[in-house]
Each structure stands twice: as structure tokens, then as C-alpha cells.
Write a protein that binds this ligand. Structure first.
Ligand code: MLT
Length: 332
């Protein structure tokens, strides 16, 4: 090949390499339209509350609206399957949690998605401690009396939860097995609607994420017996820990995190993660979550790699816990 031909070939190769690095012709930069965030429970519950607070700030960073879509059912697994099967183009993400991406595989042996393989993790939004709450006229003045009443009368009591495998279902299954309670377990499409019935006195108790409960506890429309943490929550300074209140073995916390479908391009995962990190670093967003008792201390899980590790650990943990206690099985 003579010199001129060699030079022309080198030029062509250089142009081809440059073209490959540019976005495909006609494809605008991501995101160029609104993004859907699936919340796998009814509006007004803790997952929905955290989702809307975080999506509000993320929308500003991304320059596109994040539209929350509530897709409830089957303890959050209906919405999570929808998210897992969505196009991996960055326009469908999910606010999942310790139930949908931790306990679900043990609660649903036939689960149609694997939280460890079928998602592109974006990052942890918030930790959400668990509070034992009851209707405001429940006949127990403290946790000790509550446990004693449960032991003696659980067959007459109704416990509310958000469906098999949800956080409220799994954590109260643990509580019930610890104290030997066998209540009627009433499933809701989320603990938002469940809380309405607790306030109305239609159900007796619930184990729910703190971010759903602080306003009602502060207003005195429900009773809080204990928070399942080693130390009291700054958002509920008057509510004792389960350790203080005589039930130290009941310590459990949940979390909410953002996921995209597996196969979402790394540059889109990065854009979404940067928007999440900025939201959690934003003073006003932090205050809104902390005032509701959210825990923002786990920075490590706010990266995609850190969240993947959290999911793998949580699936293994809840598999062990639910198998050993027999709690939390479907309909359990
Ligand atoms: C749960 O129990 O998993 C959640 O609280 C459900 C919800 O966010 O409504």
C-alpha cells in the first residue's frame, strides 16, 4: 500500500473512532423526557414518602420530572417485577426496600425476579427504623404491658401489614414469633392505608417504618411503644428503645433504595447516582427525611456497588431469619 493510501486509511480510522465516541445521531443526551419511579406500594406509605422527597430534588439535578407511579400488590413484588422487566433505558426506576429487595426471595419461593441479579442498583436513599405502634386506646401503657396483653389475647387482635414479604409483614412476624402472638394478620396495599385504619381503631397494632409514623405519634392519634433501635431516634425522643423497654432481642431496621433494570447503561446509572447523592446531600432534603426519623448515616450503600452488597447481605440474612423462625412465610 503506498504512502498516500496509508495516510488516507489512518485518517479514516481516526474519524471512525471519533464518531463512535459521540452519542448516536438523533439521540439527545439522557434524560430527554420524564422518568417514572415505581413505588411498589400504595401512596402515602413510607416507601412513597421517601420516594417523593428524594425524587423532588433528583428531578432538579436531572432537569426532567421524576413521576412517581404507585404499583401495589403482593407485598411490593408486583411493582418490583414491573421494574425488573422495564426497558433498561433509564426512564423506569424503582424505590425498593428491605422487603422487596431483601426478604422477598425467602417469603416467595416462586418469586419471578432475583433482587441480586435483575436490577442495576443506583444507591441507598434512607435507613428506616421500625416502630411498634398500636391504636391510641390500646389497653397497655408500655411495651411490657403490650407484650403481656399480646401473649394473653393475640387471637382476638388484628395486626396490619403491607402484604407477605413487606417490611411491616416481616418485622411483625418476627415480633409475633418472639412473644408467641398469633393475631389475625390484615394485609393492605401499603402501610399508608393501614395507618388510616390504625388511627380509626379498625386494627390493633403494626410494625412500621418510622418515616410513616412520626406525625401521627406526635399528634397522639396512635400509640408508639418502642423503636427497634439500640438508641432512641432523634425524631421520637420520648419513645423508648425495645432494649430499654424490656425486649432487647427485637432490634430491626429497614431501608429504602433506588434500582434500575439490569442492563441500564453505566453512564445512565452514574447520572442517576449523582442525582441521588446530591439529593441526600441537600440540606432541605436531609431535614425532611431526618425529621421523619430516617437514618442517612450509611454512606457506603449510597453507591451502586455498596447497594449491591447490601442487597446480597439482606437476602442472605432474611433467608436465614425467616427459615429459622418460620416467620414471614407466605400467609404466615
Ligand atoms: C412495608 O411494610 O413494606 C412498607 O411500609 C409498605 C409501604 O411503604 O407502604
Amino acid at each position: 500500500m503506498n504512502q498516500n493510501a496509508r495516510s488516507a486509511r489512518s485518517l479514516l480510522l481516526a474519524v471512525a473512532a471519533l464518531a463512535a465516541a459521540l452519542p448516536a445521531a438523533g439521540r439527545a443526551a439522557y434524560p430527554d423526557r420524564p422518568i417514572t419511579m415505581i413505588v411498589p406500594f400504595a401512596a402515602g406509605g413510607p416507601t412513597d414518602v421517601v420516594a417523593r422527597i428524594v425524587a423532588d430534588h433528583m428531578s432538579r439535578t436531572l432537569g426532567q420530572q421524576i413521576v412517581v407511579e404507585n404499583v401495589a400488590g403482593a407485598g411490593g413484588t408486583t411493582g418490583s417485577l414491573r421494574a425488573a422487566q422495564a426497558a433498561p433505558d433509564g426512564y423506569t426506576i424503582e424505590m425498593g426496600h428491605m422487603g422487596t429487595h431483601g426478604a422477598a426471595p425467602a417469603a416467595y419461593p416462586e418469586l419471578k425476579y432475583d433482587p441480586r441479579k435483575d436490577f442495576a442498583p443506583i444507591g441507598l436513599a434512607s435507613g428506616t427504623p421500625i416502630v411498634i405502634v398500636a391504636r391510641k386506646d390500646f389497653p397497655a401503657k408500655d411495651l411490657k404491658e403490650f407484650v403481656a396483653y399480646l401473649k394473653a389475647n393475640s387471637e382476638k387482635l388484628n395486626e396490619a401489614h403491607a402484604g407477605t414479604g413487606s417490611v411491616s409483614f416481616t418485622t411483625c412476624a418476627l415480633l409475633n414469633s418472639l412473644v408467641g402472638a398469633k393475631p389475625t394478620r390484615v394485609a393492605y396495599r401499603g402501610t399508608g392505608p393501614a395507618l388510616n385504619d390504625l388511627v380509626a381503631g379498625q386494627v390493633d397494632y403494626m410494625c412500621d417504618q418510622i418515616v410513616n409514623l412520626v406525625p401521627q405519634i406526635q399528634a397522639g392519634t396512635i400509640k408508639a411503644y418502642a423503636v427497634a433501635l439500640p438508641a432512641r431516634s432523634p425524631a421520637l425522643p420520648d419513645v423508648p428503645t425495645t432494649k430499654e423497654a424490656g425486649l432487647p432481642e427485637f432490634q430491626v431496621s429497614a431501608w429504602n433504595a433506588i434500582f434500575a433494570p439490569k442492563g441500564t447503561p453505566p453512564e445512565i446509572v452514574k447520572r442517576l447516582n449523582v442525582a441521588l447523592v446530591k439529593a441526600i446531600a441537600d440540606e432541605n432534603t436531609r431535614k425532611r427525611i431526618l425529621d421523619l426519623g430516617g437514618d442517612l448515616s450509611n454512606e457506603a450503600a449510597r453507591s451502586p456497588e455498596g447497594l449491591q452488597k447490601l442487597v446480597e447481605n439482606e437476602v442472605a440474612r432474611w433467608n436465614r431469619v425467616l427459615r429459622s423462625t418460620g416467620a414471614g412465610k407466605q400467609g404466615g
